[in-house]
Write a protein that binds this ligand. Structure first.
Ligand code: NI
Ligand code: MN
Length: 225
């Protein structure tokens, strides 16, 4: 599985020949100005919640690529009314797609579209496939419920918010890594705005104390997972 980081909480993963794009927020992210949005592929767009910094480029990319949107029922309905296609889910639900299996899991946050429309409840995703398993937490606080993920799933890596203010900070994210039983974490949702700027080395050291690896990818960088 190749993973490309597009900044903030946006990344793409190729799974079984399908391109999964998560939380597209590129054109409004000054840190991602070198990303050519019209070149980003997408067979599926997975959306954790409806805040602008997670959905801003959904319509542009979905219209161009004809990608199927995977999210909670309310977010999918919102886009279906605009003529886009999707697959709505809700918490605890699992669906087998052609690339692998997706579970929609809890996130403790909020979810409202920039135009004020209701965005359902915020979530995260677990993707399982014969190429590997990963967890994308979306925007969330640390919760004890994350232990349930560690009980059921064997994760190869996870993408966790670490920027604080709007989500958990890197201390709580390091605890989350323990709860979910995952040693390899990719940090997301940091540095984009002044309230979520972090000290990279301190964050990496905090995970290291627990024997975990925190990767802070360059925007535009692709790594094999
Ligand atoms: Ni949010
Ligand atoms: Mn956010």
């Amino acid at each position: 599985m190749n993973l490309t980081y597009y900044g903030h909480s946006c990344f793409g993963v190729e799974v079984n020949g399908k391109y999964l794009l998560f939380d597209p927020f590129i054109s409004q992210n000054p840190l991602a100005k070198n990303i050519e949005i019209e070149k980003i592929p997408a067979d599926y767009i997975l959306i954790s919640h409806a805040h602008g910094d997670h959905v801003f480029d959904v319509e542009t990319i979905a219209s161009r690529t004809n990608a199927k949107i995977i999210s909670n029922y309310e977010i999918v309905s919102y886009y279906e009314k605009k003529g886009l296609k999707g697959h709505g889910m809700n918490f605890g639900g699992i669906w087998q797609f052609d690339f692998g299996k997706v579970t929609y899991v809890l996130a403790v946050h909020s979810s409202q579209f920039p135009d004020g429309a209701f965005g359902g409840n915020p979530g995260g995703f677990i993707v399982e496939s014969n190429e590997g398993n990963f967890y994308f937490a979306g925007d969330t606080a640390l919760t004890m419920d994350m232990k349930l993920i560690g009980i059921r799933y064997k994760l190869d890596f996870a993408l966790l918010p670490i920027g604080s203010n709007f989500t958990m900070d890197y201390f709580d994210a390091a605890t989350c890594a323990e709860f979910i039983g995952c040693d390899k974490i990719i940090g997301i949702h940091y540095d984009t705005f002044p309230p979520i700027k972090i000290d990279h080395q301190k964050a990496i050291d905090e995970f290291g104390r627990n024997g975990k690896e925190l990767l802070l990818m360059k925007i535009g960088e692709t790594i094999a997972m």
